[in-house]
Design a protein around this ligand. Structure first.
Ligand code: ZN
Length: 277
């Protein structure tokens, strides 16, 4: 028996009240020439990655972040940092992209998305196939010596760290710090400047899986909005941007983004109006 594929089939469980917004978002995406996405922890939680930075949830519930994951704590006790980070590192390495990451990669591949600006350090956008990824909070692919600034691929020290808890060290004896941004550190200059440029010049911003609580990443969609770019928000919880956004969808990104991409990329586009009206 033939199964007729409509874009709606990509996510049959999308609740009815979301269809109107998703269709409007798809229409905006098809019209845009310089669309960019901004993503946060919410796009990786469906992949099993806990929220890394949110002060109230996720990893911070049982620990004061300033005592383990700030640059000051790292300098005083790298051992405490690496012990705390060890189970998280394992989770990050084992995580696989979910349909939301894949949807953004498909949009980029088709020319409907210029870049993904992310607050995540898990590298899941790249694993899903995204090419232009601006990582505002760094990543776990490399680590840099705190004494001589030599950079090492994480593969070189991960086995001894993950299996035996060994604190990674440089050939010079200095301690290696993963190239993630700890509390109290500046954002990577190049990624941040490029993200600001994208926010200022985009003609649509898709905000996905972030409650926009951590500055300065949270300022980026406001930069876009002030310059007249429509903003689409897909997030479980309300965000401070909601009143200014063109489309707001309070829902799971792993549910919404595949449908949105399917609609935006289907030949009939948003005109065919699949799904409930
Ligand atoms: Zn060194």
């Amino acid at each position: 028996m033939d199964v007729v594929q409509s874009p709606g089939d990509l996510s049959p469980s999308l609740p009815e009240h979301l269809w109107r917004g998703v269709r409007e978002a798809a229409r905006l995406l098809r019209q845009a020439r310089r669309a960019v996405a901004l993503t946060g922890a919410g796009i990786s939680t469906p992949s099993g990655v806990p929220d890394f930075r949110s002060p109230e949830t996720g990893l911070w519930r049982h620990v004061d972040p300033l005592l383990v994951a700030s640059i000051w704590a790292f300098r005083v006790s790298p051992r405490a940092f690496f012990d705390w980070m060890r189970p998280l590192a394992r989770t990050l390495l084992e995580a696989r992209p979910n349909p939301a990451h894949e949807a953004l990669a498909r949009l980029e591949e088709a020319g409907l998305l210029r870049a993904v600006i992310t607050q995540n350090i898990d590298g899941l956008h790249q694993k899903a196939g995204s090419r232009t990824v601006l990582e505002l909070h760094g990543h776990i692919r490399t680590a840099t010596c705190t004494r001589c600034y030599r950079t090492y691929p994480s593969d070189t020290f991960l086995p001894a760290y993950l299996e035996a808890g060994e604190v990674p060290r440089c050939g010079c004896g200095g301690i290696l710090k993963p190239d993630v941004i700890l509390l109290g550190e500046d954002l990577p200059r190049e990624a941040y400047q490029q993200a600001v440029h994208e926010a200022r010049t985009c003609d649509l911003m898709l905000v996905a899986g972030t409650s926009l609580e951590v500055a300065p990443a949270s300022d980026l969609p406001f930069l876009a909005q002030r310059r007249g770019a429509p903003v689409i928000v897909v997030n479980l919880d309300p965000t401070p941007l909601d009143p200014l956004a063109t489309v707001v969808l309070h829902a799971d990104v792993a549910l919404v983004l595949p449908t949105l991409a399917g609609l935006a990329l289907s030949p009939e586009g948003a005109t065919e109006e699949p799904g409930p009206r």
